[in-house]
Design a binder for this molecule. Structure first.
Ligand code: LLP
Length: 384
């Protein structure tokens, strides 16, 4: 929902740009903070969802930690003072220089995804006479019931160590003197809206922590990853995700033992609703079979619809309240047929220059923008 003052401000701003509603961001972070701290749970924000500096500053101000997947993200987390003891480094392909950077910064923990990676971290830590804390990312073979491109916890996915490889992990842990085993890590996918999935995950976590303990490896951190979904269909009426229900599932179903910490790595649910991509209609093409609105934003600014067939609400801000009397394919300017935000959208008759809002674009939007076609880098504008 945009009030008239905001729309007037958009009219004098060059498009396309990401518009951040910092009140929505603040309220979302507050809700997550309150719901998680009720149980003493620790949330590390997944920087990959959005590393816009204003977003990072605000996330950090709520005391969340940082979940990073590259040397660049580890560096950003350090620069934004998340605190070295609150930085976790995940990812299936950590390069040696990235591991070294994380070791130099004494991060809290590496989430390790293979036996070979464990051995390399051990070697690099030894060269620095350090001990690296690691959690093992385990692939629990739980179907997250989400889009195939963003599911990660099945045997056929490239992530984590499979259950049948755990004996090898234990053998490697015994052999690696510069590794300290701290816990177990899971991340089964993204945009998960079926809460039952998390109950299944809790069951697996309970079994696996017992398995490690029976072999003499006490588990101090249970890391359930991220993945909590948002409502892309109702950005105005269902703006803040239901963190209460989410965390309660873990509080009720996880077998948390004395001295253990429970960690989460939320990305999308914290930032998605706080931004919209604002664009203008460049051209209207009315045809016999199709009407097109060609926008000045495309897959170079927001790739999700093209990559995952992701749904985003789209509104004509210039014609709010007018009847929807036409159907349009709403497309970008890029020289690719896939550069289409949505097909057959019921829309008011629109004209060149109309302002268009593509909603719920705060997660995996600006950060996935590309320089394809040598287009200008998309700008960011913030609520006042
Ligand atoms: N932890 C790990 C190990 C992850 O791989 C991810 C996301 C997260 C946490 C955060 O997940 P979230 O809470 O945001 O669901 N670009 C895709 C989403 C890719 C997610 C990658 N991993 C999209 O636009 O839907």
């Amino acid at each position: 929902m945009f009030n008239q003052d905001t729309i007037t401000r958009f009219q004098s701003t060059e498009t396309p740009f990401y518009y951040y509603n910092l009140d929505v961001l603040r309220q979302t972070l507050q809700a997550c903070h309150d719901a998680s701290s009720k149980y003493g749970f620790h949330v590390h924000y997944a920087l990959k969802a959005n590393f816009n500096p204003k977003v990072l500053e605000m996330v950090k101000s709520f005391g969340f930690g940082a979940d990073c997947v590259s040397g660049g993200e580890v560096k950003a987390a350090m620069d934004f003072n998340f605190g070295h003891d609150k930085v976790v480094f995940a990812g299936v392909g950590k390069a040696d220089k990235e591991i070294n950077l994380a070791l130099d910064n004494d991060i809290f923990c590496f989430n390790v995804e293979s036996v070979q990676e464990l051995e390399i971290i051990n070697e690099l830590a030894q060269a620095k006479s350090k001990i690296a804390n690691v959690a093992i990312r385990i692939n629990p073979n739980v179907d997250a019931n989400t889009h195939a491109h963003i599911t990660t916890g099945l045997d056929e996915n490239k992530f984590g160590v499979n259950m049948w490889q755990l004996d090898d992990v234990v053998a490697a842990l015994k052999a690696c003197a510069h590794i300290k085993f701290t816990g177990i890590h899971f991340h089964i996918g993204s945009q998960i809206t079926d809460m039952e999935v998390y109950k299944v995950l809790c069951g697996r976590i309970n079994e696996i922590q017992d398995w490690f303990e029976q072999r003499g490896f006490p588990v101090t951190v249970l890391n359930a990853g991220g993945g909590l979904g948002v409502d892309y269909y109702n950005p105005d009426t269902n703006t803040i995700t239901d963190f209460e229900t989410y965390f309660k599932i873990f509080a009720d179903n996880l077998n948390v033992k004395p001295g253990q910490e429970v960690h989460f790595e939320l990305g999308r649910a914290l930032v998605a609703q706080s931004a919209s991509l604002i664009s203008r209609v460049l051209y209207v093409k009315n045809g016999h079979k199709k009407n097109f609105l060609v926008l000045d934003a495309g897959m170079t600014e927001l790739m999700r619809p093209m990559l995952y067939q992701a749904y985003h609400e789209i509104e004509n801000l210039t014609r709010q309240g007018e009847v929807n009397d036409l159907k349009y394919d709403i497309v970008g300017p890029i020289c690719e047929s896939t550069d289409c935000f949505r097909k057959d959208v019921d829309f008011p008759t629109s004209l060149r220059g109309d302002l268009i809002a593509i909603r719920t674009a705060g997660a995996y939007g600006e950060v996935m923008a590309s320089g394809y076609n040598l287009r200008d880098r998309v700008q960011s504008v913030y609520s006042v």
